[in-house]
Design a protein around this ligand. Structure first.
Ligand SMILES: Cc1ncc(COP(=O)(O)O)c(C=O)c1O
Length: 377
């Protein structure tokens, strides 16, 4: 799957923090090809990133066009396309009077959200949820539950209490007037696709409002149509104070953002970043939104096609996020799928399917057939 020579070079010159064994050379739609020409249906999509599929012509064209006009200029100047993109994102979030701060990744979006919550509330504590994932930078890691990720880096900068996802009494028990914000995913993604229980987001909203704490919804994985709505929280009847987003925003061009409600913003000089919201990222994101606007109405139906096809294995599904609990069987199932032309992802003992949102019915059926074979074998 990967030439020995290339593997040796990776081993010699790259840090060995990522585990990997394949070299993917190109992709189109929901399909990718490795260096030996083998074709795969991609149910990973760069970890929920390649929302419009690989190299969607509208996205590739927009990036190429912008690359010939202006690649970088910095936020010392107005940036072409940036304000229009902020307007589109705010409108899709439904947050009236909301404002955007752009970042370059999901962790940086979370970092911006916690800094904003700290500086505007003047409070220092946070509450997050067990099995939740919010990123790897020190601030985001403070809010990420997994001990394997946290322990090598303690002490972490933010004091954070962790509550069982779905446990509203547990949340009330650790809430007090020192809490700046509560952060949660509307569907826990890295945990293996666990949607919030019915009524949970509404209950968290009430507890936050009663205690003057900000509700921060982490949409890094769930945003931009992944769950069938523009943002995952829109399955509930709430308005968060801050929304973090990244992954699907630019079809693979690195970008992140936060939207904060009216009255909640950084003051001049309080936060920044050289590359944030650059011309290329904005062009990629505009083209991504153009494509998603055409297909968003069909995403839940496609997710249900996966769910129905895998029904014998009790999948959890919201839009095109599908999870099946497998424990130790996850690795052999992934290997079988790969050998039979389907890329899938294992996370925390769960099979996670997060394909490009443009995946076709035929591709879903083909992937489902192989995954069922793997699960039944
Ligand atoms: C919910 C959530 N928040 C934050 C992050 C971190 O994003 P990034 O890897 O772009 O820094 C991720 C990444 O998987 C995520 O799923």
């Amino acid at each position: 799957m990967v030439q020995d020579e290339y593997r040796d070079m990776c081993e010699t010159y790259l840090m060995r923090n990522f585990g990997r064994h394949m070299l993917i050379t190109h992709g189109k739609g929901a399909r990718v090809w490795d260096d030996e020409g083998n074709e795969y249906i991609d149910c990973v999509a760069g970890i929920a990133v390649c929302s419009t599929g690989h190299c969607h012509p509208k996205v590739s064209e927009a990036i190429c066009r912008q690359a010939k006009e202006l690649i970088h200029i910095s936020n010392l100047f107005y940036i072409p396309g940036q304000a229009e993109l902020a307007k589109r994102i705010v409108e899709k979030s439904g947050i009236k009077g909301g404002r955007v701060f752009f970042s370059n990744s999901g962790s940086e979006a979370v970092e911006a959200a916690v800094k904003l919550a700290r500086v505007r509330t003047g409070k220092k504590r946070f509450i997050a949820f067990k099995s939740g994932f919010h990123g790897r930078t020190f601030g985001a890691l403070s809010l990420t539950h997994k001990e394997d990720y946290r322990l090598p880096f303690t002490p972490l900068p933010y004091d954070c209490s962790f509550v069982e996802y779905g446990d509203i009494e547990g949340l009330k028990a650790v809430m007090d007037d020192t809490v700046a914000g509560v952060i949660l995913e509307p569907v826990q993604g890295e945990a293996g696709v666990f949607p919030a229980p019915d009524g949970f987001l509404e209950a968290v909203r009430s507890v936050c409002t009663e205690n003057d704490a900000l509700m921060i919804i982490d949409e890094v994985q769930t945003g931009f149509g992944r769950t069938g709505t523009w943002f995952g929280f829109q399955h509930a009847d709430i308005e968060p104070d801050i929304i973090t987003m990244a992954k699907g925003i630019g079809s693979g061009f690195p970008m992140g953002a936060i939207v904060a409600r009216e009255g909640l913003e950084f003051l001049p000089g309080e936060h920044g970043g050289t590359f944030n919201g650059g011309p290329l990222a904005c062009a990629a994101s505009h083209a991504t939104l153009d494509v998603l606007e055409e297909i968003i109405g069909d995403i839940e139906r496609k997710g249900q096609r996966f769910r129905d096809g895998l029904a014998a294995h009790h999948p959890r599904q919201r839009g095109l996020m599908i999870g099946v609990t497998l424990g130790d069987r996850c690795a052999p199932v992934k290997d079988y799928c790969e050998e039979h032309g389907v890329l899938v992802n294992c996370t925390s003992g769960n099979l996670r399917l997060i394909p490009p949102l443009v995946i076709t019915d035929e591709e879903i059926d083909q992937a489902v057939r192989v995954i069922n074979e793997a699960l039944d074998s």
